[in-house]
Ligand binder design. Structure first.
Ligand SMILES: *Cc1c(COP(=O)(O)O)cnc(C)c1O
Ligand SMILES: [Zn+2]
Length: 415
C-alpha cells in the first residue's frame, strides 16, 4: 500500500511489511497488535485541506490517502460515514452548556459505527483472494460485517454470544450470514473465532486482532474535525468496550496533527458501564487492564477482556483524558434524554458516552463552557428491549372520540 511505511508491534516495536503479516506480531502472539504507520510526507503531496474541501465524495472514502487501501474498486457500494454532527441546541439549552455537539454514527448502513471498520475488512479480504470472512462480535461488528459483505457477495461465518440482542441477530440472518450463537460470553466467542481462523483459514475481521479495523474507525475523528472546520473540541466522549473506537479516534486526530491540519488533539474520555469497566479502572488507576466478568445492559461494551486495552489506555492518557463509569440506570436516562430532546435514538452503548458526559458535567470534571463532542455509536432500534425499560406507557383507547375525550380528561392530558 503506497502510503504505508510499515506495521509496528505495540508490544515489542518490531516493524513488518504489510505483505509479510496478516494479523498480530508473530513474536508476541495475539496481544502483539500491529499499528499502521503512514508516510505523512508522501501523503502531504496528494492531500490538503483545500483538496478536501473540493472533494464531493461524502463518505469515509473522502479520506482515502489516509486509509490502508490503494483504490475503491473492491469497496462496498453502501454509503458508510459522513454521518451528521448535530449542534444539539435543545440539549445545550436544557443543560445550560455552550458548545455541545452530537455525532450520530447510528446513521450508518447497518446502524452502527462498526461499518467504518467492516468496509475496510471486506476490501482487505478480497485483496487476499479470500471470500469468506469471519468475526466474533457482541453483535454490531457482526451485523455490520454481514451487511457490507452481502453488498459484495462475500460469505460470513459469525460468532456471537447467545444472548446478543434479537435485532442484531435479525440483521445477521437477513444479510445471509452463517451465525454461530456461542454458549458463553463475547470473550468466549472471540476465542473460538480465532481458533476457527487458524483451522479454516478464513479472513478474520476481529477488532484489534486485525490491524486495519482501527484505521476504518478513525474516519469518525477525521469527520468530526472537518465538520468543525478543524476547530478542535476540548473533549470527545466515547463509549468503550474493546477500546478500538477510542484508539481509532486518537489515530485520526494524530493523522491530522501529523499533516498540520490541526495543532492539538482533544482530550479523549472513555465511558464504560459500572458493571464492566476494566479500561476506566486502568486509565484512572495504575494503567494495567485487569479482566472482569461483565454485567451491564450495554451489550456492545460488555467486554470483560478488552482486546485493545493496552493501546486504548495509552491513547487516552496521551490525550490527557480520563475514564468515567456510569450505572445502567444512567445509561437508560441518557437514552431517554437524547431521544426526547434531540430526536436521536441510541442503543445503550450508543448513549453511554452521553451518560458519561452528564456525569462529568455534574461532577465538575468538564465545564459548561467546554467544547464537547459526544459520539453516538449505535442506533436504538438495535435493542428495543432496553429502550422499553425506560418507562412511559401507551394509553389504550376505543376507536371513537367519546372514549378519547374521556381519557384525555381523566388522565389530565393537555391537548
Ligand atoms: C463496538 C461498540 C462500542 C465499543 O467499541 P470498542 O471498539 O469495542 O471499544 C460502543 N458502542 C457500540 C454501539 C458498539 O457497537
Ligand atoms: Zn511484537
Amino acid at each position: 500500500m503506497k502510503n504505508i511505511k510499515h506495521l509496528k508491534c505495540l508490544l515489542c516495536g518490531k516493524k513488518y511489511r504489510t505483505d509479510d503479516v496478516r494479523y498480530t506480531c508473530p513474536d508476541c502472539g495475539n496481544n502483539g497488535i500491529l499499528e499502521v504507520v503512514y508516510d505523512y510526507d508522501k501523503i502531504k503531496t496528494e492531500f490538503s485541506k483545500d483538496l478536501l474541501s473540493k472533494n464531493i465524495n461524502f463518505s469515509m472514502w473522502r479520506y482515502l490517502p489516509l486509509l490502508p487501501l490503494d483504490g475503491l474498486e473492491k469497496a462496498s457500494p453502501l454509503q458508510v460515514g459522513w454521518t451528521p454532527l448535530y449542534e444539539a441546541k435543545r440539549l445545550r439549552g436544557k443543560l445550560g452548556v455552550n458548545s455541545l455537539w452530537i455525532k450520530d454514527d447510528g446513521r450508518n448502513p447497518t446502524a452502527s459505527l462498526k461499518d467504518r471498520a467492516s468496509s475496510i475488512a471486506v476490501v482487505k479480504a478480497q485483496e487476499l483472494g479470500e471470500n469468506i470472512i469471519t468475526c466474533a462480535s457482541t453483535g454490531n461488528a457482526a451485523s455490520s460485517l454481514a451487511g457490507i459483505s452481502a453488498s459484495l457477495g462475500l460469505k460470513n461465518f459469525i460468532f456471537i454470544p447467545e444472548r446478543a440482542p434479537q435485532a442484531k441477530v435479525a440483521q445477521l440472518l437477513v444479510f445471509g450470514a452463517t451465525v454461530f450463537a456461542v454458549k458463553g460470553s463475547y470473550d468466549d466467542a472471540f476465542a473460538l473465532s480465532i481458533k476457527a481462523t487458524e483451522v479454516f483459514g478464513w479472513y478474520n475481521r476481529n477488532t484489534a486482532f486485525n490491524p486495519y479495523m482501527v484505521e476504518g474507525k478513525k474516519t469518525v475523528a477525521l469527520e468530526i474535525a472537518e465538520q468543525l472546520n478543524f476547530d478542535i473540541p476540548d473533549y470527545v466522549f466515547v463509549s468503550v468496550g474493546d477500546g478500538c473506537i477510542i484508539s481509532g479516534i486518537a489515530k485520526g486526530f494524530y493523522d491530522l496533527l501529523s499533516l498540520n491540519f490541526i495543532d492539538r488533539v482533544p482530550r479523549l474520555i472513555a465511558v464504560q458501564a459500572m458493571g464492566c469497566k476494566p479500561i476506566v479502572d486502568a486509565v484512572n488507576g495504575d494503567g494495567i487492564v485487569r479482566f472482569v466478568k461483565p454485567n451491564t445492559i450495554a451489550d456492545s461494551i460488555a467486554v470483560g477482556i478488552p482486546r485493545n486495552g493496552t493501546m486504548a489506555v495509552r491513547d487516552i492518557r496521551n490525550s490527557n483524558g480520563f475514564g468515567v463509569a456510569v450505572e445502567d440506570s444512567e445509561i437508560l436516562d441518557a437514552i431517554k434524554l437524547l431521544g426526547s430532546t434531540e430526536g436521536i435514538f441510541a442503543e445503550p452503548a450508543g448513549a453511554t458516552g452521553f451518560a458519561g458526559y452528564l456525569k462529568s458535567l455534574r461532577e465538575g470534571l468538564v465545564s459548561p463552557r467546554d467544547k464537547v463532542v459526544i459520539l453516538v455509536t449505535g442506533n436504538g432500534l438495535k435493542d428495543i428491549e432496553s429502550a422499553m425499560k425506560i418507562g412511559g406507557k401507551t394509553i389504550p383507547v376505543e376507536p371513537n372520540m367519546d372514549s378519547l375525550q374521556e381519557i384525555i380528561l381523566k388522565e389530565g392530558i393537555e391537548s
